[in-house]
Design a protein around this ligand. Structure first.
Ligand SMILES: [Zn+2]
Length: 242
């Protein structure tokens, strides 16, 4: 059993036990931060803190889902990076290069999709795009945020491959995917094809080596779902359950 993260402990302290009780403004207020909405010239949000008080400013033109994530992300900075430079321009930051941004994103995921609420809802359901969408709706988060969170906690053996609008690809693997299996992001078939938005019901079965490398994969089939996200990204779910 993983011990609760700081965000999950905060939810416990506030006796929040259901996804629709995760009201980010109320949670912010409980930790001394006020949230206000106005147009921001760049980035989705920022936080300015002094002593025990902070103001989080969120772009009022962003979608509600994005605003919630932004508030939760800034609360991550408030928890982890208080007293440090507290002006954050999310969205313009290279997340890979910035450990603070990753830490704030992690906090946001824990706050908005806490393990204790997610696990009972997904433990018996095989990974699929339908499950990702259901999770996104239930927790009021983006499809990608739900998918990444499922890759943290779901017991299935699967990998997510995300293609950015500029063609850059990255992946996330579930904990149960055998360690010796490497995820390929260079699959020629994948690279050269322009995927139409797939019908979420149309799951394909393909040879595992299209997407995975390692021992024991010969002849193995994996299921594959590809979906175009509203963000312009492409999400592929490679599920190694035969
Ligand atoms: Zn940030």
């Amino acid at each position: 059993m993983t011990s609760p993260s700081p965000a999950e402990r905060l939810l416990d302290d506030l006796e929040i036990t259901e996804p629709d009780e995760i009201d980010v403004e109320v949670i912010a207020w409980a930790v001394g931060a006020r949230v206000r909405y106005r147009p921001l010239p760049r980035g989705d949000a920022r936080i300015v803190g002094m002593g025990e008080r902070a103001i989080i400013t969120v772009d009022d033109r962003a979608s509600r889902v994005r605003q919630r994530f932004s508030v939760a992300h800034e609360l991550g900075h408030w928890h982890h990076h208080r007293g440090q430079r507290l002006i954050c321009h999310g969205g313009s930051v290279d997340a890979e290069a910035d450990a603070c941004e990753r830490e704030a994103d992690r906090y946001a995921a824990d706050l908005l999709i806490p393990r204790s609420m997610l696990m009972p809802r997904v433990a018996d359901a095989p990974i699929s795009f339908a499950l990702v969408e259901r999770t996104a709706r239930r927790f009021g988060v983006s499809t990608l945020a739900a998918a990444l969170r499922l890759a943290d906690v779901h017991p299935g053996k699967f990998a997510l491959i995300v293609t950015e609008p500029d063609g850059r690809r990255w992946f996330r693997r579930s904990p149960a995917l055998p360690k010796g299996w490497r995820v390929r992001v260079d699959t020629p078939d994948f690279q050269s094809r322009t995927h139409p938005p797939s019908d979420p019901d149309a799951m394909q079965h393909v040879l595992a080596y299209y997407h995975l490398l390692g021992r024991g994969l010969r002849g193995l089939l994996v299921s594959r779902e590809t979906v175009q996200l509203r963000s312009g990204q492409m999400l592929m779910i490679i599920n190694a359950v035969s």
